[in-house]
Design a binder for this molecule. Structure first.
Ligand code: HSE
Length: 343
């Protein structure tokens, strides 16, 4: 499977690391031999090799400052316009893992459309295009009979979308509620243990939980974007940010945390969505509430369904390998779909 990767930050690197470390297992157990033929970033342009780039060299280059550090061996091509690079690549799958833009979804949305025009499958970790233009993307995929996957966009590699869309198909999800942002959950957990806000945020950034611009996390927009994704995909309802009430954690003071603790409670940033609208807001929960023990970068999601009642999923919601894994899981779904089509 020939792959193009856009974005080589925490998530892209986590994915490449998994491909490198699991190469043997993927080949033996799943008959999957992934080849990264191209990587592109906004600041360092495109890199391409028709036979595949060396994964260790890619990771070394990232650690040394970026794609420009990748060695210039025979066959390596650089510096194309990204759309031309997609069109000429003859790759099977485009993976979009660049920074999320929840206002326009661009430029990722255009890249995904270009990939579908080139009859490629598309996997996203980037939330913008799914939150804002899911129907358009799904129609474009359908036109060329290709697969659109986006597990990484909600709860990283914890299979929230596979649960809601695949495993629970046939049961109607009526509403969803949970903790959908790893950065703020990490910060709140650390603040409850006495760490000041700025230090907890810096640590969340160092651990690779936060977005490129962490304001999106702490002001609640990242969790809100995930609610829009759930609305579009699980409820098949196009909601916008105007349908959500969004409050982040920036207004929570050390004194608020102390007061909550004294009352036997803790703060959690709770996200809630129905087909009509939703909210993201800090809530004080008793320590006996099951969500109170969902700590650090763990996330949780309870789906209220017509047939199955409530189903709750808890697992990592952010992180390098944890989010990279979602891309691998989606790649395996595509690989299985292709294999089944060939049988
Ligand atoms: N910044 C996000 C979070 C990453 O902290 O949850 C995963 O979407």
């Amino acid at each position: 499977v020939k792959i193009l990767l856009i974005g080589f930050g925490v998530v892209g690197q986590g994915f490449v690391e998994l491909l490198r470390d699991k190469a043997q297992e993927l080949a033996q157990r799943y008959h999957l031999r992934p080849v990264i033929v191209g990587v592109a970033t906004r600041s360092q342009g495109t890199l391409f090799h028709p036979e595949g780039l060396n994964l260790s060299h890619l990771l070394d280059a990232a650690a040394a400052g970026g794609l420009r550090q990748y060695p210039d061996s025979e066959g390596v091509q650089r510096g194309e316009d990204i759309k031309t690079w997609i069109q000429r690549s003859e790759a099977d799958v485009l993976i979009e893992a660049s920074a999320t833009n929840l206002e326009t979804g661009q430029p990722a949305l255009d890249y995904c459309m270009t990939a579908f025009e080139a009859e490629m499958h598309v996997i996203l970790a980037n939330k913008g295009p799914i939150a804002l233009a899911y129907n358009e993307l799904r129609a474009a995929a359908h036109m060329v009979k290709r697969v659109l996957r986006f597990e990484a966009t909600v709860m990283a590699g914890t299979p929230s979308l596979a649960l809601a869309l695949d495993a629970l198909a046939g049961s109607t999800v009526l509403e969803a509620r949970g903790i959908l942002n790893g950065t703020t959950n990490y910060i709140l957990t650390q603040m409850h243990q006495g760490q000041p806000y700025p230090e907890a945020l810096a640590e969340a950034q160092r651990l690779g939980y936060a977005e490129t611009d962490p304001r999106g996390d702490v002001e609640g927009w990242d969790a809100a974007g995930k609610l829009l994704i759930l609305a579009a995909t699980v409820f098949e309802t196009r909601l916008t940010m105007h349908d959500l009430q969004v409050t982040g954690i920036t207004g929570i003071t050390t004194q608020d945390i102390i007061d909550a603790k004294q009352a036997g409670e803790c703060y959690k940033l709770i996200a809630h969505i129905t087909p009509q609208g939703g909210s993201v807001q800090p809530v004080r929960l008793p320590l006996s509430d099951p969500l109170a023990s969902v700590s650090n970068a763990l996330n949780a999601l309870t789906l209220k369904t017509d047939v199955m009642g409530d189903i709750t999923l808890i697992g990592p919601g952010a992180g390098r390998r944890q989010t990279g894994f979602a891309l691998l899981a989606d790649l395996l779904v595509i690989h299985r779909t292709q294999a089944a089509a060939l049988e």
